[in-house]
Design a protein around this ligand. Structure first.
Ligand code: GAR
Length: 186
């Protein structure tokens, strides 16, 4: 059974989808660690309900990014993590994590990269007036949402309701993230 870690900062619906796929054996894996940079985030309570170990930290309690990433690397090492899945982790991965886990970190992003990298991707796309939205899963490197693309899905939507785009996109994300992780673990 493979050992994966999920990093998240918010609601954690992708985290839940991945954890559910592990429980149902759709994935031959176990989520051995959740890393969250917002101790009050919904995802932290979700991990507690599911009995998944969580490292929730506040960046401001550390003197540098290197320092908290070192702590994360130690945890990943101690749990034998093979794959790190960023799922709404709203921090740029730094050199300490990349040096230790580069090539083993993937991210899901709510746009058709390379369009609309960074924060508020859906809102950026709406402001631009696009009619085709999408989701990208990619390897994480030192660029902002710029690593090699693993999978993409597109959907058409005309309008300016960001909530609606997020809803449609997230339904796609949950299935797509599990399918992609399955392929990578194989
Ligand atoms: C997801 O929609 C993901 O695509 C996005 O954050 C959301 C997290 O939702 N990620 C980014 O914007 C990364 N730049 P969740 O907490 O419900 O899984």
């Amino acid at each position: 059974m493979h050992r994966i870690a999920v990093f998240a900062s918010g609601k954690g619906t992708n985290f839940e989808a991945i954890a559910a796929a592990c429980s149902s054996k759709e994935l031959d894996a176990r989520v051995v660690l959740l890393v969250c940079d917002k101790p009050q985030a919904e995802v932290v309570a979700k991990a507690a309900r599911l009995g998944i170990e969580c490292f929730a930290f506040s960046a401001k309690e550390y003197s540098s990014k290197e320092e908290y990433e070192q702590k994360i690397v130690e945890l990943l090492d101690s749990k034998g993590v093979e794959l790190v899945c960023l799922a709404g982790y709203m921090r740029i991965v730094g050199s300490v994590l990349l040096d230790a886990y580069g090539g083993r970190i993937i991210n899901i992003h709510p746009s058709l990269l390379p369009a609309f990298a960074g924060a508020r991707a859906v809102e950026q796309a709406i402001e631009y007036g696009v009619k085709v939205f999408g989701i990208t899963i990619h390897w994480v490197d030192s660029t902002l949402d710029g690593g090699k693309i693993i999978a993409q899905r597109a959907f058409e939507y005309e309008g300016s309701d960001a909530e609606q785009v997020h809803r449609i996109g997230q339904q796609i994300e949950h299935k797509m993230y599990v399918e992609t992780i399955k392929k990578i673990l194989k």
